[in-house]
Design a protein around this ligand. Sequence first.
Ligand code: NAD
Ligand code: IPM
Ligand code: MN
Length: 349
Amino acid sequence: SRVVKLAVIPGDGIGPEVVAEAEKVLDAVTAGSEVVFDKTRFSLGAARYLETGDTLTDADLAAIAGHDAILLGAVGGVPGDPRLKDANIERGLLLKLRFELDHYVNLRPSTLYPSVPGPLRDPGEVDFVVVREGTEGPYVGNGGAIRRGTPHEVANETSVNTAYGVERVVRYAFDLAERRGKKLTLVHKTNVLVNAGSLWHRLVLAVGAEHPEVAVDYMHVDAATIHLVTNPSRFDVIVTDNLFGDILTDLAGAITGGIGLAASGNINPDGAFPSMFEPVHGSAPDIAGTQQADPTAAILSVALLLDHLGLTTEATRVTRAVEADIASRSDAPRTTSAIGDAIAARLQA
Ligand code: NAD
Ligand code: IPM
Ligand code: MN
């Protein structure tokens, strides 16, 4: 049998609640099969920081890097909690994992399932993927502040874009477009961010020349938010930078029935480091502990994880089970674990 070493980071808030359901589904789809998931649990996040003062130690990082893949729930405490003021869990944990493990592709698929009530009146068929760059842009932390707290304060965040970093994510996006609808849209703000914008645009055109079957177009990010709402079915693969991709994928989640359904993968396509799969949403402190969280995004992240590991049959079975569950949803509320149970039960049937 094949053993997959899986690092599990449940995290904070609803993270542990949705990860419990994702694990249920993973256990159900692999029960009696050739593949065995050997799981190691890592206690990381705001709760760990408040207990020990650690965000992500070198030992944690090395241990996590020794796994084949990572499943993460969500990290981060209550926004504004004064005890977390110096912790910066987002940078010190989540972004550190993405950067250190070279997750240069942040893969965020968006599908509107037929029976899901979304906010759009007549959306048509919505099925696109945002390929968000994951290791560069304004997220790098290349900046600083001087004269803090004075009227002359200067606060800078430099967006870092390298030819190497942009080309590799653009290549991934074109390969994906080849396997999908053969359409790629670069989203940027080349009219204002002329240096980074020019680099992205030139590399998309250059790599695009190697993919004559893929139709390429370009859209400014502000206009892209309009088209995502008025005509989302026009998109197939969107490639964009780290910050634009963050914003567009919350919007994409909203138009496809809510953030509780949006899954993602932080991928190191080269396989040098383990890839990390997580829902797009955060720790939702407002509903944590109430069993109101929808675990579907975490469960669909398991499908992305299985697919990444080449376990395509298992991935498809999870996706089908989720689709069937979604199709059967009514207005009657279900707990987080009831949704997980129902999806797991479809895999045992
Ligand atoms: P959030 O995504 O946690 O919550 C936004 C809204 O969506 C809330 O009203 C919440 O109740 C709702 N929501 C989120 N997930 C849901 C689910 N599965 N089912 C039903 N409703 C759901 O965003 P936020 O409030 O801005 O952030 C809370 C904390 O999470 C912050 O500390 C933030 O930094 C962190 N965060 C972490 C990640 C991550 O770990 N990947 C991502 C985003 C935010
Ligand atoms: C996400 C989150 C993170 C991001 C934050 C918590 C650092 O919003 O995964 O989308 O901005 O990438
Ligand atoms: Mn986000």
